[in-house]
Design a protein around this ligand. Sequence first.
Ligand SMILES: *Cc1c(COP(=O)(O)O)cnc(C)c1O
Length: 319
Amino acid sequence: MMARKICLLFMLITPSLLAQTPVQHIEFDGYDFYVKRDDLLHPEFSGNKARKFRYFLDHGFPDIQLLIGYGSAQANSLYSMAALAKLKGWQLHFYVDHLPQWLVQRPLGNYRAARLLGAEILAVANQLSGLSMEQYLAQQVLAGTTNTLFVPEGGRCRAAEYGVRLLAQEIQQWSEQQKVEGLKVFLPSGTGTTALYLAKYFHEINSDIEVLTCAVVGGDHYLLQQFAGLSDDRRCYPSVITPTKKYHFGKLYREFYQIWQQLNKTGITFELLYDPLGWLMLLNYKRQHPQRPIMYIHQGGLLGNESMLPRYARKYGVC
Ligand SMILES: *Cc1c(COP(=O)(O)O)cnc(C)c1O
């Protein structure tokens, strides 16, 4: 009954699926910002990963029955791939190293939501025997299959360009309609795929929009390597803002929690993995260039807060 209801809901949502997302004006720390609300793309299929997986949604894959991905059991991509699979009528097998026992016993966040959408999460650490996850999947899972679609970790793939261009076009149109000149678009990066394809589009159409980003996963060097893996044309790389301090991905920092709480006062909820460092860097930038108009891309990921918030509350208390 429950499953049928969910199915019906998806069918009802599908026609208007993934309309353009709104741009909201906020004041933060005394400055003006525009926020591109990509978190509002669709109730299940939203944010960064929905843009990157959009290609698979819009194109027919008549032979595909099984979607395969891998990453962390808490990853935003797990949930988005589960939503994609559901929309396409595919099964999702999502491979992880380890599945923490506490999570299996008390599922929450992306893991819980993906399970509810029918995803199967497979922990294979003890079968890797020295292989990387990519090698293991290539040799043990994907070899010889024909009805299977594989998406690399975090959606780092050329197929992502299709959906990110649609986002870029929305931003370009908006800036023309609003007559905003010299817009800076800021977004925090993981693999850098989104930032790079945005910048590539603006470069190609000779737009005056500049893409700014910062490395949240790895450092600047890692991020530039990721850009290079997707394009050799350095002219279309986003501008990278370097943090004044080294932060480790997924770790808790008091200043992250503080800025996240301050951001709540704008009326928009942000996520706790990428957005805090993103906003810290962006505020630094804005203080140095107060006149430049800035659009922050809200890339979704709010389900992750279900696991991050209890961790923060345990460490710094609830205020
Ligand atoms: C995946 C993700 C990112 C990073 O996107 P990249 O294209 O890998 O740089 C940023 N924010 C959120 C919320 C994400 O889910």
